[in-house]
Design a protein around this ligand. Structure first.
Ligand code: NAP
Length: 305
């Protein structure tokens, strides 16, 4: 099997992973959106990673989805709403033994990807690392964190897993990756939409703890109904801890809305509401929150799905 890491999406996380893997001597190829982006990248000469104010450029080879050669290992580093269409374009190049690592936040996009690549092994990731693009092809590593990877369908650790340690990417194989993703989704549902609706930093939610408590009660019910009781344990306490620890931060959804960017709401609060509906559950606080958020996004001219 080829040991090349094909990385789709040279945005924040994709660049962070690509530069670290390339620095460790691993074979990396970027897959960019189209010929125009490829030309712009080639003119720039590579990806620049900024860490603690030290910038270094990595001349990582790049191509478009229409490039040659089979893909055995794909790191999908685009937003959740771009994931399935991106994989559909790559499907003709996916080898029979292809493995796809999915970095998308939230839930729902993983199943959409699996539908496009039914023979590939899909490995889900949950990341607490932080990175943002300072400009095209230049990414700042903004927050140390950790990565959990796992495959809900098969517990075996992939043969390439040690590449991550060699590249200094903090990671652990997780047999309960779905629990982690559901827990992160629940934390996001309890915090991010309210920061948009109340137009505040995370700490501003300390003035809305009653609202958060009732949301956490409904989210806990939903998690248990979805077969994720561990993800429901002490959810309200953790939400409060996160709000306090990140009081001065603006949530990712707040930042997306402020910058006029599409949010991943469909795969976060939207996914929670669809799951509740599938289980025939009435969760009025959660549904009301979703409706208010959708109205807010619509009023700003942003997609609400
Ligand atoms: P991002 O900076 O917006 O990067 C996404 C990249 O995907 C963009 O460069 C975009 O290309 C590219 N892309 C989209 N469709 C493509 C296609 N069909 N072919 C090639 N490239 C394509 O997003 P991000 O912040 O890295 O986030 C990626 C995922 O990680 C999200 O689900 C996010 O929630 C999650 N996450 C991010 C962080 C973080 O700190 N950034 C932390 C944890 C989790 P263009 O530049 O051409 O538009």
């Amino acid at each position: 099997m080829s040991s090349t890491w094909h990385i789709l999406g040279a945005g924040s996380l994709g660049s962070l992973w690509a530069c670290r893997l390339a620095r460790a001597g691993k074979a990396v190829r970027l897959i960019l959106r189209d010929g125009q982006r490829l030309q712009a990248y080639q003119q720039a000469g590579g990806l620049t990673l900024v860490e603690q104010d030290h910038a270094r450029m990595y001349a990582i080879p790049a191509e478009t989805a229409e490039g040659d050669g089979p893909i055995h290992r794909l790191l999908l580093a685009c937003k959740a709403y771009d994931a399935a269409p991106a994989v559909a374009r790559l499907a003709p190049r996916l080898a029979a033994d292809a493995e796809i690592v999915l970095l998308q936040n939230g839930l729902g996009s993983q199943d959409e990807v699996a539908d496009q690549a039914p023979l590939a092994r899909c490995i889900f990731a949950s990341s607490t690392e932080g990175a943002f693009s300072e400009s095209d092809w230049r990414v700042r590593f903004a927050g140390q964190g950790f990565n959990w990877l796992g495959d809900p369908g098969y517990p075996g650790v992939p043969q390439w897993f040690d590449d991550l340690h060699a590249a200094g990417i903090p990671a652990q194989w997780s047999v309960d990756i779905l629990t982690r993703l559901w827990r992160k989704l629940a934390l996001n549902c309890a915090i991010n939409p309210l920061t948009v609706l109340h137009d505040c930093q995370n700490g501003g939610l300390l003035g809305h703890l009653d609202e958060i408590d009732s949301l956490c009660a409904e989210l806990g019910e939903l998690l248990r109904q979805c077969g994720q009781p561990k993800a429901a344990d002490d959810l309200g306490e953790e939400v409060q801890r996160v709000i306090l620890a990140t009081a001065a931060n603006y949530s990712s959804m707040y930042q997306d809305v402020r910058a006029g960017r599409r949010t991943e709401v469909h795969y976060l609060l939207g996914h929670a509401c669809r799951a509740a509906e599938r289980h025939g559950m009435a969760l009025p606080q959660l549904e009301h929150l979703h409706q208010r958020l959708v109205d807010n996004l619509r009023a700003r001219g942003l997609p609400c799905a």
